[in-house]
Design a protein around this ligand. Structure first.
Ligand code: NAD
Length: 249
């Protein structure tokens, strides 16, 4: 781990009054949930055009359901790792205002983070496309057929996530945009900067004068464009070191 980068990041964050974190799939890799783009990630098994668009789900829900059933089963056993816990500790110490997450795995909440803005929803719940009712995803659901609601015959339920082609939930979009505009520092963790509009939030923060600290195993589009301090390494190692340097354990 790059101790000099941690020290520099801590120094740049020390005076900040409104720090927000933006997290992506990379922070949950050490919890055993593969990210989408790395070799072995879910996209390599389930191409996004076939499995992650709302059109695909509506056209062939039973086929697309297999991915979400598999992910739901994996999520049921996943535990937060030291990276999630470090962000929760920073919040508890009054150093972090919120986590804006693209993740759908509920692990920030499981780690103890209280202010979590779920930009892409939560895969541990189902929502009915007819009546809007939400219910927790049960692990025992059959894999062969997409879940149905009891509200009316054949009413389809979907994972309570934002499929490609769907709108970001308006409250989450507004809260995240507001944080991007008012924060004086943003910590970006484990995202490839490719899924918009969330990927634009760090640009907004930078344009409003925020310090950008990026934690990732490798450089991204952000690194040369907007990042002030790049902390290279696994989030489960770098974030606890950063939190400790900021006085949150
Ligand atoms: P991505 O897969 O495009 O990129 C992951 C990034 O994390 C990469 O830059 C990679 O270098 C980095 N990374 C990998 N392991 C890391 C580690 N241990 N520590 C730090 N960084 C690490 O993910 P994305 O940018 O979040 O976009 C994918 C989309 O897919 C998101 O919108 C998200 O909703 C969804 N997704 C969510 C989950 C989840 O909820 N855990 C998992 C897969 C995909």
């Amino acid at each position: 781990m790059d101790a000099a980068a941690i020290a520099e990041a801590a120094e740049r964050l020390a005076g900040a009054k409104h720090i927000v974190a933006v997290t992506g799939a990379g922070i949950s890799v050490e919890s055993g949930i593969p990210d989408f783009r790395s070799p072995g990630g879910l996209w390599t098994k389930y191409p996004p055009g076939e499995y992650a668009t709302i059109e695909a789900y509506l056209e062939n829900p039973d086929k697309v359901w297999k991915l979400w059933h598999e992910l739901g089963r994996d999520l049921a056993f996943a535990q937060p790792n030291p990276g999630h816990i470090a962000l929760a500790n920073l919040e508890a110490a009054g150093r972090l205002g919120a986590v804006i997450t693209q993740n759908i795995d509920n692990l920030h909440q499981a780690a103890g983070s209280r202010k979590v803005i779920e930009y892409h929803g939560n895969a541990r719940h189902l929502v009915c496309l007819s009546c809007g009712r939400e219910e927790p995803l049960e692990t025992g659901l059959p894999v062969e057929c997409a879940p149905r609601c009891s509200c009316s015959p054949g009413a389809l339920m979907k994972p309570a996530i934002v499929f490609f082609g769907e709108m970001i939930p308006s409250q989450a979009a507004m809260d995240a945009e507001n944080w991007a505009q008012v924060c004086d520092a943003m910590i970006i963790v484990g995202t490839s900067a490719t899924v918009y509009p969330c990927a634009g939030l760090p640009m907004t923060a930078k344009a409003h004068g925020a310090v950008i600290v990026e934690c990732n195993v490798g450089p991204t589009e952000y690194t040369s464009r907007i990042t002030d301090v790049f902390v290279q390494g696994k989030a489960g190692e770098t974030l606890p070191a950063l939190a400790a340097a900021l006085g949150a354990r």
